[in-house]
Design a protein around this ligand. Structure first.
Ligand code: NAD
Length: 315
């Protein structure tokens, strides 16, 4: 199939690209490298399935028009987005433009060519979990940050194209994802930052009390989920979660990684108002509709991520 992957030079995108190429598809990657890196897709640069890497923006409608006209995509995996909660608080315009307006531009092209749209939303749109049953797709949303607000707005547009035009679209909400190729600096994810600090003998800084929990999904499990949503019509018009189904407090995660309480420090939270105190997934719907379930445990995922940070030289 002819497939467009936006955000394909990013952390999750490069794993989606890898699997799509391994499955024999013709792939175009569009990424403006605002947070992605060409080195993330270096491994595939001579792969015959990788038709083109385009350094460009989803906000460039002329570019999108040309790409869709020339290549008549059958599926668009739309991962390109501004992803940082704090950045979205400091500069909501950039997040809104990329995550909401950019999604609208992508949708307009997909409408023209009847291209299936897989829209990558996030668990950060949910209100906190109040029990140990986990968050399913009927759980209330709460746009606690402009990042979440922009994603919810885009989700609604994506679903409206299904209802109004019969376009095959799906909204997917993976939980917090970690693994090789995630950035280990301040803009990266908690697992990558903690592992890097531990390897460097540095303290692990926790925002607030550290009782907030996350359901951590290994990136290859996430990529398998993303791809499956593109190839099944059973999820069209739906919202579907994916997570590990277990949550861990940031305090316990830090201890699991550093095994030394004296290395764990608590610092003032930078955005307590946008923190989600408990995130625990229920992925029953993904199991029912696309037979997806996670395969990589947290301990195995942490081991693989640490090994990558130690050996990649990409940190
Ligand atoms: N990392 C997580 O825990 C997580 C969890 C759930 C959902 N998501 C979603 O998954 C997607 C990928 O996230 P990620 O963690 O790989 O982040 P990432 O920043 O590594 O990937 C996003 C990519 O989009 C690109 N991009 C941003 N604006 C663009 C634009 N205007 N035009 C073209 N490209 C643009 C960036 O350069 C980057 O490569 C995002 O939509 C994010 O919201 C992430």
């Amino acid at each position: 199939m002819n497939i467009l992957l936006t955000g394909g030079a990013g952390f999750i995108g490069r794993w989606v690209a890898k699997q799509l190429l391994e499955e024999g598809h013709q792939l175009w990657i569009l990424d403006n490298l605002s947070n992605g890196r060409e080195v993330n897709i270096e491994e595939f640069k001579d792969h015959p399935g990788l038709k083109q890497f385009i350094k460009g923006s989803i906000l460039d409608e002329t570019l999108l028009t040309d790409l869709f006209q020339e290549n008549k995509y059958e599926i668009c995996y739309h991962l390109a987005a501004s992803i940082n909660v704090q950045d979205s608080i400091d500069d909501p315009r950039t997040t809104f433009n990329n995550d909401t307006i950019g999604t609208f531009y992508v949708l307009e092209q997909c409408r023209r060519y009847n291209t299936k749209v897989v829209f990558m939303s996030t668990c950060m749109v949910y209100d906190r979990s109040l029990d140990n049953l986990g968050i399913n797709e009927l759980h209330p949303t709460k746009p606690a940050s402009p990042y979440a607000g922009a994603k919810v707005a885009a989700e609604n547009m994506v679903l409206s194209y299904y209802h109004a035009y019969g376009l095959p679209t799906v909204v997917i909400r993976p939980f917090n994802t970690y693994g090789p190729f995630q950035k280990t600096g301040g803009e990266g994810g908690v697992v990558a930052i903690f592992l890097k600090n531990q390897l460097n003998g540095m303290d692990l800084n926790i925002y607030g009390e550290g009782t907030q929990t996350r359901d951590l999904l290994f990136v290859e499990d996430c990529a398998r989920f993303v791809i499956a949503a593109g190839f099944s019509s059973s999820v069209d018009g739906e919202i579907v979660n994916a997570g590990l189904g277990q949550d861990i407090s940031i305090n316990d995660l830090a201890f699991e990684i550093v095994k030394d309480k004296s290395k764990i420090k608590h610092v003032k939270h930078i955005h307590p108002q946008s923190e989600i105190q408990k995130l625990l997934s229920d992925s029953t719907k993904a199991k029912q509709l696309i037979d997806w379930e996670p395969k990589v445990s947290l301990s195995e995922g942490l081991r693989r991520t640490k090994e990558w940070i130690e050996t990649s030289g990409l940190i």
